[in-house]
Design a protein around this ligand. Structure first.
Ligand code: 13P
Ligand code: SF4
Length: 333
């Protein structure tokens, strides 16, 4: 699945760009942002730069300056095929590192280097080496939400959009799937013939949802469609109507056009979908990712003005990490 969306890469008058986000950015606040939007558009042209934005970025980024918007898989695919000289990753650090691994000769920038991820922080390369000693011969499938050093110790990467297909592609009876325990358990439920060993890493955003949240939403909004991200605990996924990556949730909404939807995921997902699907009503419970929210229009502008913060990956990690990412990209999901 490749659900990347080309957003504001085209040249539109600023008033038309504001019209897209008018429900999120009131007219009184727009002048403060319009200068950044205009400057970013000009800098992108001057620097032959592209802005890749994750679906959890705020609407005023996704719908004003992003050239490509997508899930982790789509951003990795776009990073692999772009001919821009500069890639600005409006997302978190592991996404920018993945773009650098795929483009070692390009300038890859992250507007705030402190935009991390609780999953990436949950495991080190030494942990993976230790797992390999404990489970010799068992292939290691590593979620892209990890450092380059961890990817370099792995056989293949996966995202939430291709995790099942990646595990199946190995043809193994036993697989280590790290570091997201819940994603691994959710894939295990779909692949009962394969033993999936995991790690106790969690997404700090999705681990907070409970099955009770979903039951309460169904009571409050009878007939509501519930979509959940597979980083949620299995008890939450079991109560949902559908679980999938951010791109898969978007595809579900756009194909089925449910009247009312609860998105059990990061808040911006529903905000961005509501702009593209004004006929669908979105009710939230949702949780904010503090890392994603570190990225702002002002920081994207500074990033392009000063070519900071440049993401680097040590030379000795590039080849092994790229092998694991490229092997993933070759799997049809
Ligand atoms: P996807 O967009 O790949 O579903 O990932 C969700 C996420 O949490 C990324 O940090
Ligand atoms: Fe990491 Fe979760 Fe934030 Fe995604 S939403 S960046 S998995 S902490």
């Amino acid at each position: 699945m490749d659900a990347a969306i080309r957003e504001a890469g085209e040249r539109l008058p600023l008033a038309d760009i504001h019209a897209r986000v008018r429900h999120h950015v009131p007219a009184a606040e727009w002048p403060a942002l319009a200068g950044d939007v205009a400057a970013i558009q000009a800098l992108k042209r001057a620097r032959n730069a592209v802005v890749l934005a994750h679906n959890y970025q705020a609407p005023e980024i996704v719908h004003t300056v992003a050239d490509i918007v997508g899930d982790s898989l789509a951003l990795a695919r776009e990073a692999a095929r772009t001919d821009a000289d500069v890639i600005v990753l409006a997302g978190v650090h592991f996404m920018a590192e993945t773009a650098k691994i795929l483009n070692p000769d390009k300038t890859v920038l992250i507007p705030d280097p402190a935009a991390g991820c609780s999953l990436a922080d949950s495991i080190t390369a030494a942990d993976v080496r230790d797992l390999r000693r404990r489970y010799p011969g068992v292939p290691v499938v590593t979620y892209v939400n990890t450092s380059a050093a961890v990817k370099a110790e792995s056989d293949i990467c996966c995202t939430s959009g291709n995790a099942k297909a990646v595990v199946e592609s190995l043809g193994a009876k036993r697989v280590l799937m790290i570091p997201d325990e819940y994603l691994a358990q959710n894939v295990q439920a779909e692949l009962p013939g394969i033993e999936i060993l995991t790690w106790a890493g969690h997404c700090e955003v999705h681990e907070r949802f409970t099955a009770a949240d979903i039951r309460e939403a169904r009571e409050a909004y009878p007939g509501v469609t519930v979509l959940a991200h597979p980083e949620c605990p299995p008890a939450v996924v079991a109560e949902a109507d559908f679980a999938g990556s951010t791109a898969a949730m978007q595809a579900y909404v756009e194909a089925r056009r449910p009247a009312q939807v609860v998105m059990i995921t990061e808040c911006a997902m529903a905000d961005n979908l509501a702009i593209r699907n004004p006929d669908v009503a979105f009710v939230k419970p949702c949780n904010l990712c503090p890392h994603m929210k570190r990225i702002t229009l002002g920081k994207i502008r500074r990033s392009l003005e000063t070519l900071t913060h440049e993401v680097t990956v040590p030379d000795d990690l590039i080849a092994p990490a790229r092998r694991a990412v490229a092997r993933m990209l070759a799997v049809r999901a």
